[in-house]
Structures are given as C-alpha cells and as structure tokens.
Design a protein around this ligand. Sequence first.
Ligand code: HEM
Ligand code: HEM
Ligand code: FE2
Length: 475
Amino acid sequence: MLTSIKSNHLTSSGQRLGMMYFRVAIILFGAQLLMGLIAAIQFIYPAFLFELFDFSVARMVHINALVVWMLYAMIGATYYMLSDETEHEGVAIGLGKLAFWVLTLAVTIVVLVYIFIQIGPGKESTIWLINEGREYIEAPRWADIGIVVVVLIFYWNVFATYLAGKKTGIMTVMVANLLALAGLYLAGMFFTDNISMDQFWWWWVIHLWVEATWEVFVGTLAAYALIKIIGAKREVVEMWLWIEVLMLFGSGILGLGHHYFWIGTPEYWWEIGALFSALEPVPLIAMFVHVLYDWGKEQGINGEKPAINNGPAMAWLVTNAFGNFLGAGIWGFFHTLPQVNIYTHGTQFTAAHGHLSFFGAYATILIGTMYLGLQGAYGVKQMKATFNSKMGLFLSTFGVLGMGVALTIAGYEQVLVERAELGAGWNAFFVAQDLPWYVQAQLWRAIMGVVTLLGFVYLVLDLLTIGKKARAAEA
Ligand code: HEM
Ligand code: HEM
Ligand SMILES: [Fe+2]
C-alpha cells in the first residue's frame, strides 16, 4: 500500500496534498506579517495610509490571514500524517485536491475584497459579500458556506481513511477532535442582532478553538512528530496525549467563562471563568513535559547514536513546548482572574498575550511539521539544521518575544494610567496612549516586527533549499 512512499522520495498522494497546503500557509503567513507591520506603523504615524488602507482593515487582514494560514497548515499536517498513521492511502485525495483549489480560490477572492473593497453599507448584502464583522473569522457568508463544504470533503477523507486503515491512538484522537474543531465553526456563522448573544457564540469558536480543539490538535502533532524525529515510544506519547485531552477539555470548556466577564452574560460566569481558566496552564505544563521528557528519555536510551533525525523540526517543537507554556499558560494566566481582568481587559496586554500565544503554541509546531514534511518529500534520513534554519528560528522567535515584551509594557502603562488613575473613560484611553512609555513601546514593537519579518525571510529561504542540501549531503 505504502510502497510508493517508501521507494521514491515523493510521498503518497495525501502527503503531496499536505505539502500543497503548507505552501499556501507560508504565503499567507508572509501576508500576515506585512499587514501587521502596516498596522504597527499606523500606531506610530496614524496618518499612514489613512483613508486608503485604514488600521481597521490592516488589522482585520492581519488576524484573518493568521487564522487561515494556521488552518491551512493544520489541514496540510493532517493529510501528511493520514496515510502514514493509518497505513492506508487517503480514500478521496482527488476530491481533496479539488477542494484545495476551490478553497484557495475563495481565500484569494476574500482577501482581494478585504483589500480593495474593505467596507460596505450596514446591510445584509455586506455580510454576504464583504465581511461578517466577527473578529478573526470575518469571511463573508458565501465564503463561510464554501468553507463548510470544503471542510466536509476534508473530514470525509480523514474519517473514511481512518475507518479503512489502522486505528492508532493518535489518529483516534485526531478524528474525534477534528469533528469538534470543524463543528465549532458553525457557532460563528449565524447572525443575531443581540450583541451579547452574538459575542457569546463567537467566543465558542475563538476560545474553544485555541484553548481546546487546537491545543488537542497540536498534542496529536507533537505525539506524531516525536515518534518520527526521535523514535519516541508510541505507548508513552499516546499516554501523554490522552492525559492532555482529558485535562484540556476539562479546563478549556468551562474556561470559556473568562470571556464572559464583559459581554452581558450572567454573573455566575465570573466564578466559573476564574476557577476553570486558572486551571488551564496545568495541561500546558503536561504538554511541555510531554515534549521535553520524551526527548530526554529517548536520547538516554539511544546512548551515543544521533537521536534526532530532523534538527529544525525538533528545534521548533521544543520552541513550541516553551512558547505554548509561556504565551498561553503564563501570559494567559496573568489576566484571567476577574480581579485582574477588570484592569487589563482590552489593553495592549491582551495583544501581548495574543502574539506570544498564537506564535508560541501554534506557529512554532506548524512550522516544525513543515520541516517534517520536507524530510519526507525529499526522502532523506537525516535533516540537519542549516544556517538559515537557525536564523529563521532565532530571529522570528526573538522578534515575537520582543513584540510581546514591548506590548506588555504598553499594557502595564495603560493599566496604571488609563484604568487605575484616570478611571477608564474615553479621554483616559487617549491620554494613556500619548505618554512616553506607550509611544516607545509601540516603536519597539514595530522594530521587533521587522526582526520577525527578517526571521521569516530566512525561514522561507530555508524551506526552499534545505531538502536539496540534505539530499546532497546524503548522496
Ligand atoms: C494557545 C492558546 C491561546 C491563544 C492562541 C490565545 C489567544 C488569545 C487572543 C488572541 C485573545 C484576544 C481576543 C480578542 O481579540 O478579544 C485572548 C484573550 C484572552 N485570553 Fe487567551 N489565548 C490562549 C490561551 C489562554 C489561556 C490558557 C488563558 C488563561 C489561562 C487565556 C486567557 C485569556 C483571557 C483572560 C483573555 C481576555 C483578555 C481581555 O479581557 O482583554 N488565554 N487570547
Ligand atoms: C511583523 C510582525 C507583526 C507585527 C508588526 C504585528 C502587529 C500587530 C498589530 C499592530 C496588531 C493590532 C493590535 C491592536 O489592535 O492593538 C496585531 C494584532 C494581532 N497580531 Fe500581530 N503582528 C505581527 C506578527 C504577528 C504574529 C507572528 C502573530 C501570531 C502568530 C500575530 C498575532 C496577532 C494577534 C492574535 C492579534 C490580535 C491581538 C488582540 O486582539 O489582542 N501577529 N498585530
Ligand atoms: Fe480564552
């Protein structure tokens, strides 16, 4: 069945489809960074591109591109693992390919409309054709429906291949989790003109993605990658995976309450949100231990032998273990109690957490999986980190960390001046943004953004060349 994968370096058709998704993901990642830089410059020079390409639009494209590239990379990773884990060729990869092109065409149209049309009148037609106005998942209604069809094809491929092939623990978790992940998207699709209700459901998508289903997803990726890269024992990684699933859903689902402090939901959410969201770092520690413990252990067993067969993938995986814990666990915990959130809500502190967590928990491991994919695609046993791999990882991570620190400082100043001292009014909002700490922090964020972009350039260079280099080294 899998002889084609083993005998030539090009992978199974599912794996090839996975690589196609990775390519688009990287392009969208680049677009995300450019939009972020435009928005960052507008913080410093508010007149920059004013009325041509406003902050609201740059920000919208920045965070929508973020979500979409990550979903692309997740679909890519799933297609990549699918035939390997189930030992069965994907059942409907041809259809999957068609879905890929439909989705990519739709994403292109949506982005062009965001960029060139930007806004429409406050009517139904705008929701259908331009954007829905729901932060992070702003795609217009027609695209929403298209996405559902494409995802059904994707899910059918995964589910039917799973049924037909070998059923590992990793794949079982993946199949169940993907159903929840895809199903949650529906909660962000229907429209109500009660803003509290609208926000209530919108958070189901945003929070239950990043703090439950996406976390479980990267748990399955880490488990799979550790088997591939360091030959970790399946029983061990799968045991960790089940523990994480249990804990993540335990704290993540009711942790949703930390978004219900401000939107007009009943007050009992304060206690529920405080308690369960404060527990959320616990599974993140488990994920941290999962990667580092398995790594240390397997190296010990293997003694002198080179234990890591894909240097860059492993480096990104370890960055993920730290980044997830730091960005989501620590930075999330900082502002999750209502007693703290009353001061920090919606400040730059939130933006610091948003950057550190999305990068630390997701960008890192998805990039690592791309390296794993390249290793398979080039059929090389050993993939060593190159100068470009190191620069890519170091500069982008350093840049995002720098942005996180700068924004934390800006947020701290907002808490003290805007919230505590001046009483959180409209005027206070502007006064706080004119003070030196805030202004300098925004400057540093832009500088660190450029560093991040530079890291991205090295990363792309590396992704384009490392396979050939590794193959040449092996020959
Ligand atoms: C990888 C996982 C996570 C990601 C990607 C993430 C991302 C984000 C983002 C982007 C926001 C801003 C949402 C908006 O635009 O309003 C946010 C808000 C928030 N996050 Fe997270 N988060 C993660 C995990 C966590 C964890 C584990 C906690 C708590 C322990 C947490 C606590 C919060 C809180 C309290 C807010 C609301 C901030 C406010 O009131 O302004 N997050 N998160
Ligand atoms: C070139 C580097 C980047 C720059 C200059 C940049 C800049 C920005 C700016 C100006 C905003 C709007 C903040 C606001 O509304 O106050 C923003 C939001 C955001 N960015 Fe970035 N960004 C960059 C890279 C990234 C990366 C790598 C990620 C994650 C992987 C990311 C995730 C986010 C998120 C989640 C938000 C929304 C935060 C919130 O709602 O609180 N950005 N970014
Ligand atoms: Fe949350």
